[in-house]
Ligand binder design. Structure first.
Ligand SMILES: Nc1ncnc2c1ncn2[C@@H]1O[C@H](COP(=O)(O)OP(=O)(O)OP(=O)(O)O)[C@@H](O)[C@H]1O
Ligand SMILES: [Mg+2]
Length: 347
């Protein structure tokens, strides 16, 4: 990827998958951070193991790149059971789901990624499967159709979603445990980076790690991506060691600033402040001003800018906060909001 196209999206890029599987933590004790979720999950898993029964169904909820897929695989590994992986969009036809469910073996883990995107008929089939370990297979069509109940093996469903708010009530209620993943602290990200550097054979100094961690938007996927870019720089322009100076110089090349804003984030803020007087302005107009798709601005830039307290989403449009003005080295007019209440991720 050219530095010009470089964006700090928390969403995985094509080609990144291989790296991700190398760096993915395999067991719960390798999983850095999320202490609360880890403790809760450990109890769920150990309790079930003691009883010799599959644990309750688990819902993993949180923004992209925080480790939901990793945790799903860890659950299966900790239980010593196989895992079957699918996703909401892949389950368009209930028949496909019925086939998967009826092939499950005792105690198997079934992982449905993006479970909020599951089609309605499949979702309804899932209710019964989760509750009674049963599916109703409909045979025939029209008035002659009959439904044949089919027993399935007791299993554990692990669902992952970036939008738990768009899950229907009945589906949400059938999960015995919901893990709410939080953004990572810079200290936790330093641990993630230290582990990744060890696996990739990168000589990462503690200060270099801290520098990268502070600009990774609370997201392990972004931290790992920045580490790989800094490694390129360190190997090409220096002796491969990632010191603070090297990390800083590399991140400057990639236009990632001290707060983790990239070129596009700053372009959005700059357009908002310089061209529209700080707003309010509609997201479509803002996107045209920076030459991007509205969805990119909305889904890649805005969540971070809102969370960083630099941009507010108001009913009349996007507004820059005082922090946005000062980050651009400008003085805000008096009536600018000082701080934007962070919008919940689900909105
Ligand atoms: N707690 C962690 N410790 C170490 N590395 C982590 C951790 N969480 C995530 N990672 C790293 O971040 C990468 C992305 O994690 P993962 O794919 O599990 O995120 P996700 O929440 O499933 O994202 P998405 O919503 O985009 O599917 C992993 O490959 C792994 O390298
Ligand atoms: Mg995932």
């Amino acid at each position: 990827m050219e530095p010009d196209e470089w964006q700090l999206s928390p969403v995985a890029e094509p080609g990144e998958r291989d790296d991700e599987s190398t760096l993915r933590p395999r067991r719960l004790d390798e999983f850095v951070g999320q202490a609360r979720v880890r403790e809760q999950l450990q109890l769920v898993l150990q309790g079930a193991t003691r009883r010799g029964a599959p644990p309750d169904h688990v819902l993993l909820s949180g923004p992209p790149g925080l480790g939901k897929t990793s945790l799903a695989m860890i659950i299966a590994a900790e239980l010593g059971r196989p895992i079957r992986i699918t996703s909401g969009p892949a389950l368009e036809r209930a028949g496909d789901l019925a086939a998967m469910l009826s092939n499950l073996t005792d105690g198997e883990v079934m992982f449905i990624d993006e479970i909020h995107r599951i089609a309605r008929p499949a979702e309804e089939m899932l209710y019964l499967a989760m509750e009674d370990f049963r599916v109703d297979v409909v045979v025939g069509k029209g008035p002659g159709a009959t439904s044949i109940p089919l027993e399935i093996a007791p299993f554990t469903l692990v669902g992952a979603t970036t939008r738990s708010g768009s899950l229907t009530g009945p589906l949400r209620d059938r999960f015995g445990f919901t893990a709410h993943m939080e953004f990572y602290t810079p200290e936790e990200l330093e641990l993630v980076l230290r582990r990744s550097a060890r696996i990739l054979g990168i000589d990462l100094h503690a200060e270099g790690g801290a520098e990268i961690a502070g600009r990774s938007r609370g997201t392990p996927r972004i931290a790992n991506r920045l580490l790989r870019r800094v490694r390129d720089y360190a190997e090409v322009r220096a002796d491969g060691t990632v010191t603070r100076e090297i990390a800083r110089a590399a991140l400057a090349v990639y236009d990632v600033d001290e707060l983790g804003l990239d070129r596009l984030d700053r372009a959005v803020l700059s357009a908002l402040v310089r061209s529209f007087g700080g707003g309010p302005v509609g997201v479509a107009t803002l996107a045209v001003a920076v030459g991007e798709e509205p969805t990119t601005v909305e889904e890649v830039c805005e969540p971070f800018l809102v969370r960083a307290g630099m941009l507010a989403r108001t009913p009349r449009g996007r507004v820059a906060t005082a922090l946005a003005w000062s980050h651009l080295g400008l003085t805000a007019p008096n009536d600018v909001p000082g701080w934007a209440a962070p919008t919940l991720f689900d909105e």
